[in-house]
Design a protein around this ligand. Structure first.
Ligand code: B12
Length: 439
């Protein structure tokens, strides 16, 4: 019998209490096209990306699958509740449902904890037989997924980059990070030929750019070199993320640049050694950052940074110094996150045990405000300092300094318009007090 599956990537609520909407979703995740590929053919599959589409609450789907990511989980719960009120069967999956399955269970018929590859067939078979279980949990040993059904995304208003996964999980153990708290040091890498199969599929669909998903693409330099060698002849562009220590290997950096790597994103987190220590990330040395950034740029790769505000080493002065650092290094597209003890992480438990949480209502965990007291700044001070930092870094003066007056950007003038547009787009969101990370 034919069945229908509706898969939804909800959009988090914005400050006006409505889901954030965009004209275009520039970066799409891989979970939904992958779940679609894992679904047997007698199920038809529809994908809804709520940031650019309305949720079809009147669907005739037999099953609704909803992904959960960060504070977007509040919207996931609301959508799930609305479907269940209409008599639909709903399964929740993704990072947040996996980290807080007990809460998630209250809002759906079943929660899938962790990776879907080994279990999705079972979930669907149980739906078909009317024996859906409340909880499914998997621990993946090998990462050999099918080709994602990208074609379910390409007619939508998405950007120029499609996602291709190289690795899942992470070898590091930073207590605040959801990846560590879910994967606990497990890091699965796909064989190079499997990754290339997906890269070729992306190219076949007419895309010349891809986002290489891997929380530390530099975990194995030999693997990365082999991958770059295969990508290079395709003449594509790609971006990824890894530890900044990749900069110590100029030969590898040259190999990346030759293969079309245009930008690498680095979770620098903080320029305070004390903060890095409290985040279990003391293998990084902030004193080295400027030289490492310079080496990456010298290779012709743009540097994008991710940093957290509100760690225990932070003070108003250190946050001001963070802004000075970003401007001195002329980082083209810096992103900041309020350090948030996400329920289900080790960091959440530590803060709860220490009585340092100032709000346990999940609605407050939306990334716009601090929900715990840092050692030297209370939650309110962190929130104020966070937005002041963003206001300064995305002032027109700073944007000009980091883009138009940045000689590194002029080495690739074709990128200039892109960076300028992205900066103005971020500025637009910051002025509305929306953390500019959800596009
Ligand atoms: C690409 C990406 C984005 C893109 C696209 C997101 C999207 N709408 O799909 C953009 C840039 C928009 C984005 C935004 C955000 N992101 Co993001 N993102 C990623 C990234 C880099 C890759 C995600 C991906 O495609 N992975 C590959 C797929 C195959 O893996 P997966 O998503 O885990 O899916 C598997 C399982 O989880 C499961 N699964 C997933 N969904 C579902 C649904 C069902 C029904 C089932 C059964 C199973 C299932 O099955 C999949 C196959 O096994 C991850 C990092 C990472 N390590 O994954 C962060 C990550 C997921 N993002 C994160 C966060 C916090 C956010 C933001 C909240 C950031 C912010 N402050 O604004 C927003 C929220 C956006 C939203 N719509 O809710 C966190 C999530 C942490 C958490 N506890 O939830 C991560 C883990 C980064 C991190 N290290 O902290 N993100």
């Amino acid at each position: 019998m034919n069945r229908k599956l509706l898969l939804i990537q909800p959009s988090p609520y914005g400050p006006n209490g409505r889901p954030v909407k965009k004209g275009r979703l520039h970066f799409v995740g891989l979970a939904l096209p992958l779940l679609a590929a894992l679904t047997p053919d007698f199920w038809s599959v529809e994908i809804c990306l709520e940031t650019i589409e309305d949720v079809p609450f009147d669907t005739d789907a037999d099953l609704v699958g909803i992904s959960t990511m960060g504070h977007g989980i509040i919207r996931s719960f609301d959508i799930s509740d609305a479907f269940r009120a209409r008599g639909k069967t709903v399964v929740l999956g993704g990072y947040m449902a996996s980290l807080m399955p007990d809460e998630a269970r209250k809002h759906c018929d079943a929660v899938l904890i962790g990776d879907a590859e080994d279990l999705w067939h079972t979930v669907l078979a149980d739906v078909e037989q009317g024996s859906l279980q409340p909880l499914y949990e998997s621990k993946l040993k090998k990462l050999r997924p099918p080709v994602p059904r990208y074609e379910l995304l390409t007619a939508k208003r998405i950007g120029a980059w499609l996602p291709v996964q190289a690795g899942r999980g992470c070898p590091h153990s930073c207590s605040f990070c959801s990846v560590h708290c879910l994967y606990r040091g497990t890091y699965l890498q796909r064989p190079v030929e499997d990754v290339m199969r997906d890269v070729r599929r992306v190219r076949e669909l007419g895309y010349r750019r891809f986002l290489l998903l891997d929380d530390n693409i530099h975990a194995s330099p030999a693997y990365l070199r082999a991958l770059c060698r295969e990508i290079e002849p395709l003449g594509m562009q790609w971006m990824s993320q890894c530890a900044i220590t990749i900069a110590r290997d100029p030969v590898l950096l040259a190999c990346l640049a030759a293969s079309g790597c245009t930008t690498l994103s680095f979770g620098l987190e903080s320029i305070s050694a004390e903060s890095l220590q409290t985040l279990d990330k003391d293998w990084a040395d902030p004193g080295e950052y400027p030289a490492l950034i310079a080496a990456i740029r010298k290779a012709g790769i743009a540097v994008s940074t991710e940093m957290v505000i509100g760690a225990d080493g932070d003070t108003p002065d250190s946050i001001c110094a963070t802004a000075d650092f970003i401007e001195a290094c002329q980082i083209v597209l810096p992103r900041f996150y309020i350090l948030t003890p996400i329920p289900g992480t080790d960091f959440f438990r530590q803060m709860k045990d220490a009585g340092r949480l100032c709000d346990e209502n999940i609605h407050a965990y939306d990334g716009t405000r601090a929900v715990h007291h840092a050692r030297r700044m209370d939650a309110g001070e962190v929130t104020t300092a966070y937005w002041e930092l963003y206001d300064r870094i995305y002032s027109l003066r700073s944007i000009l300094h980091r883009t138009l007056l940045n000689r590194h950007v002029w080495r690739k003038p074709s990128q200039l318009a892109l960076y300028l547009a992205a900066n103005l787009y971020y500025r637009h969101h910051i002025r509305q007090r929306i953390p500019p990370n959800i596009f």
